[in-house]
Write a protein that binds this ligand. Structure first.
Ligand code: HEC
Length: 131
């Protein structure tokens, strides 16, 4: 009896921990490399930094994420109806594993429900970056 209660308690703690934070490595990297501009809540900063939370651009350009994260980006883009034309810095030292972790974190953080991406998928996209 007593033991069952403990097991149920343990399982529910484990479940809560998992569902709150499914990609802890990606979250850590996001906090170090992205959060200053895109925000802890993923909503960006007014008209200066575009949102990653509920971003139509991010949902429609998944194939570009690995190259953007590694090489940065610039030029005019429209995110959820707002125009941005600024420069995002590169992260040339990130590995395909780290980039996959970041993508999986942002694809599933906040209100986002976008696909899981493997390091192999990231590597394939990285071998095809333009510019
Ligand atoms: C110094 C600020 C800065 C940092 C740090 C930064 N970004 Fe950005 N990011 C920008 C800006 C500015 C743009 C818009 C670029 C443009 O206008 O072409 C952008 C655009 C984007 C976009 C496409 C537009 C959108 O909102 O969907 C994605 C995705 C993105 N960033 C993800 C990331 C990720 C992931 C990281 C961390 C690895 C990161 N950014 C780090 C400033 C930043």
């Amino acid at each position: 009896m007593h033991r069952h209660v403990l097991i149920v308690l343990f399982l529910s703690i484990l479940l809560t921990a998992c569902s709150n934070n499914p990609y802890p490595e990606g979250k850590k990297l996001y906090q170090q490399k992205c959060q200053n501009c895109h925000g802890a809540d993923g909503n960006g900063i007014e008209k200066l930094m575009p949102p990653l939370n509920n971003s139509d651009w991010m949902a429609n350009h998944q194939d570009k994420l690995p190259c953007i994260i590694k090489l940065g980006m610039g030029g005019k883009i429209t995110v959820n109806g707002t125009d941005y034309n600024r420069q995002m810095p590169a992260n040339e030292k990130l590995t395909e594993f780290e980039i996959a972790n970041i993508i999986n974190y942002i694809n599933h953080a906040w209100d986002n429900d976008l696909p899981f991406r493997s390091p192999e998928w990231v590597q394939k996209k990285l071998s095809n970056c333009k510019e």
